[in-house]
Design a protein around this ligand. Structure first.
Ligand code: NAG
Ligand code: NAG
Ligand code: NAG
Length: 140
């Protein structure tokens, strides 16, 4: 029981920190892209108390069908970038890294989901932390 209580305490301490490990600065929800367009995706790393050693990220875009977007943990669609994430400090908006990616020219018009997949190693264990972020975009 003590172990569970301890685990719950650790989880409650880590939860707000984990929520701040990474974010998509751009694109935001509602962004409209043309097929083939070049996009300056901005990936933010908010300040976090506990360090998470970066392994890498993937940026992808997938078409939504009939109002339902595929979950990134199931399928990513077109992978626009996969590789290291090395955010650097900027005068504005703190730590981030921009990635120039290209929207596939054959992507169907309509609703799409832009996803960020992030893997980092948390704490001394370390514990692998795999997480997803997304932005709802439109292909015109
Ligand atoms: C990174 O991308 C964002 C969003 O596209 C832009 O506002 C920002 O100026 C870019 N930063 C640099 C250093 O290019
Ligand atoms: C689209 O969604 C609507 C409402 O959820 C549903 O009634 C309809 O059958 C769906 N169409 C297709 C082709 O999946
Ligand atoms: C996109 O992110 C939101 C939270 O920002 C989440 O509620 C939603 O389930 C995500 N969508 C998919 C398809 O994973």
């Amino acid at each position: 029981m003590k172990i569970f209580a301890f685990a719950a305490t650790v989880a409650s301490i880590l939860a707000p920190v984990i929520a701040q490990t990474i974010d998509i600065g751009y694109p935001t929800d509602g962004t409209v892209f043309n097929p083939g367009q070049s996009v300056n995706a901005q990936i933010l790393r908010p300040d976090s108390i506990i360090g998470c050693t970066e392994v890498g990220i993937a940026l992808a875009i997938d078409t939504c069908s009939n109002g339902t977007c595929p979950s990134p943990s199931d399928v990513l669609g077109s992978v626009l970038y996969s590789g290291p994430f090395k955010p650097t400090a900027h005068a504005q908006q703190g730590f981030y890294q921009n990635f120039t990616v290209q929207i596939p020219s054959g992507l169907n018009a309509g609703e799409a989901i832009f996803t960020l997949t992030h893997l980092c190693l948390l704490g001394a264990g370390p514990t692998p932390l795999l997480e997803y972020r997304n932005a709802s975009v439109t292909i015109s």
